[in-house]
Design a protein around this ligand. Structure first.
Ligand code: FDA
Length: 510
């Protein structure tokens, strides 16, 4: 204990005397002895798989001021600590709060300011803010503006935007990262840089390449998008017995070609089985946002997807902000303030994987998925259609490369409650088996994956600085041809590879 308190003392002294960190720091540094340490460490862990992890940071810093972050970087370098930065804590593999070597967490929970400029149709968002806080702040100022990002309101804008970020507005407006127009970042030398200061290469890299390899992003400037005052939502569930297979099969041909105002995703899960009269089956929920009213929606659906049999009674008109509450899964009539609630609806132990589909999966292929779903407990498969705006943006525009040619993205998820390692093993094995089964039906060379659905099974950096060819294994899956440019940027801006993790971009010395 004396040894570790000495380390803490030295570190805190380094921050205050050598780097003049803002005086509030003393209330924002938590050592393992601090009464609030555990609470802060656990509070935003999203994947409960890591709740009892033995990987504990030497310190947690919750800065109010950027000078504290600058000091943490410089003192960590000096004293040989790694740094993990956490925004919303939703990283699937816990990379924002787990580390195998001595480390410090910078938790951005106190840096969540949002400034909206409606005249200019832009906003500055600090990276500790959540998606829910951003949506709520926009809606307070205007009912005809919104932002295209993810569905879960507790996701942090820090990790989400830097990994791409998509949701219900994807087909019309692209990714969150496509709509970032400036940013402030602290680099490995503690310098604060905006877009002009960091240059176009680094600004390119942090929009989809995973910011944690490059520095600490303080805030994003985003372009707001326009939404109509009234939008329409629907959710139509169909079980296998109700013809789900044919409908999912058909959906693959049309979902990416629909009018840009129409987004229909599918959430597949197994249901029933609680009693003999309630047989276990698989259900596909057609879950949609339309940027307009019911009448136009029904006309469009009759033209392009009559098989679903959508009728006005399935549909509800509402404002865009109400639709964010709907897609977040809250009860009808919930106040908009639920968007600000940081207690996560979906906290669970889980493992996820992702794929991109470029050719429709044949019906027998889908039936094989259903069979596997019926063997497991709580499992989901979310199919998000691409097309529209996504087809217009070149693959190399930002590091996220999954554009034209992709029909849809799949996310597979398995959740469980049990604590035992054996149970974890069983569930993780199930999802690996499903992933192997899917191989003939999804993208290949590379079999692409989405960075924000991080999956360490794709490959990890085994040494402090992995070689290009080793990292290429997983790097090509997330970034395709953009991986090379990410390595070049990394090698230039962080040649010593200070900002590193199991899946950070390697720095190559030439
Ligand atoms: P977290 O804080 O864990 O950060 C994730 C990564 O980014 C870490 O490597 C971290 O170090 C780094 N990072 C965070 N802040 C940084 C900063 N300021 N500077 C540099 N690096 C930083 N995705 C999606 O596209 N659409 C969706 O609808 C959803 N929905 C969804 C629901 C739920 C329940 C979960 C758990 C996840 C999603 N996601 C998602 C995935 C989500 O986009 C992804 O996990 C993000 O990386 C989460 O960002 P956070 O800031 O919350 O995570």
């Amino acid at each position: 204990a004396t040894y570790s308190s000495k380390i803490h003392e030295n570190f805190i002294q380094c921050m205050s005397t050598e780097f003049n960190a803002y005086t509030k720091s003393f209330q924002t540094i938590f050592t393992p002895q601090s009464p609030l340490y555990s609470y802060i460490l656990q509070s935003s862990k999203q994947n409960l798989r890591w709740l009892n992890s033995t990987s504990k940071p030497h310190l947690i810093i919750t800065p109010f001021h950027e000078s504290e972050i600058q000091a943490v970087i410089l003192c960590s370098k000096k004293q040989g600590f790694q740094v993990r930065v956490r925004s919303g804590g939703h990283d699937y593999e816990g990379l924002s709060f787990l580390c195998k070597t001595p480390f410090i967490i910078i938790d951005l929970v106190n840096l969540r300011g949002i400034e909206i400029d409606i005249e200019d149709e832009t906003a500055w968002v600090q990276t500790g803010a959540t998606l829910g806080e951003l949506y709520y702040a926009i809606a307070k100022r205007s009912i005809v503006h919104g932002f295209p990002a993810g569905l879960c309101p507790t996701v942090g804008v820090g990790g989400h935007f830097t990994g791409g970020g998509f949701g219900i507005l994807l087909r019309k407006y692209g990714l969150a990262a496509d709509n970032v127009i400036d940013a402030y970042l602290i680099d490995v030398n503690g310098r604060i840089l905006d877009r002009q200061g960091m240059g176009e290469d680094l600004f390119w890299a942090i929009r989809g390449g995973g910011g944690a390899s490059f520095g600490i992003i303080l805030s994003w400037k985003i372009k707001l998008i326009r939404v109509p005052p009234t939008v329409t939502v629907f959710t139509v569930p169909k079980t296998i017995e109700q013809g789900a297979t044919k409908l999912v099969h058909r959906w693959q041909y049309i979902a990416g070609k629909l009018h840009e105002d129409l987004f229909i995703r599918i959430v597949i899960q197994n249901v029933g089985g609680e009693s003999t009269s309630n047989k276990k089956t698989v259900e596909a929920s057609f879950n949609s946002l339309f940027l307009g009213g019911i009448d136009r929606l029904i006309t469009l659906m009759n033209d392009s997807f009559p098989e679903l049999g959508l009728v006005p009674e399935n549909c509800t008109e509402m404002s865009w902000i109400e639709s964010t509450v709907y897609f977040a899964g809250f009860q009808k009539g919930s106040p908009l303030e639920v968007l600000l609630d940081k207690t996560q609806l979906y906290k669970a132990k889980f493992k996820a994987k992702s794929d991109f589909v470029t050719e429709p999966i044949p019906e027998f292929g889908l039936e094989g998925i259903w069979e596997r779903f019926l063997e497991e407990g709580l499992v989901f498969m979310i199919m998000d259609p691409f097309g529209g705006r996504m087809n217009e943006i070149p693959e190399s525009h930002i590091p996220f490369p999954h554009r034209e040619g992709n029909l849809y993205n799949i996310q597979y998820l398995v959740k469980w409650d049990e604590d035992e390692a054996r149970a974890t093993h069983k569930h993780v094995n199930w999802i690996k088996m499903l992933y192997r089964y899917m191989k003939p039906y999804v993208s290949r060379s590379p079999r692409a994956a989405y960075l924000n659905y991080r999956d360490l099974d794709l490959g990890i950096n085994k040494h402090a600085n992995t070689s290009y060819s080793e990292a290429r294994d997983w790097g090509m899956k997330y970034f395709k041809g953009n991986f090379k440019r990410l390595v070049q940027v990394k090698s230039k801006v962080d040649s010593e590879n200070f900002f590193r993790s199991e899946q950070s971009i390697p720095s190559i010395h030439t």
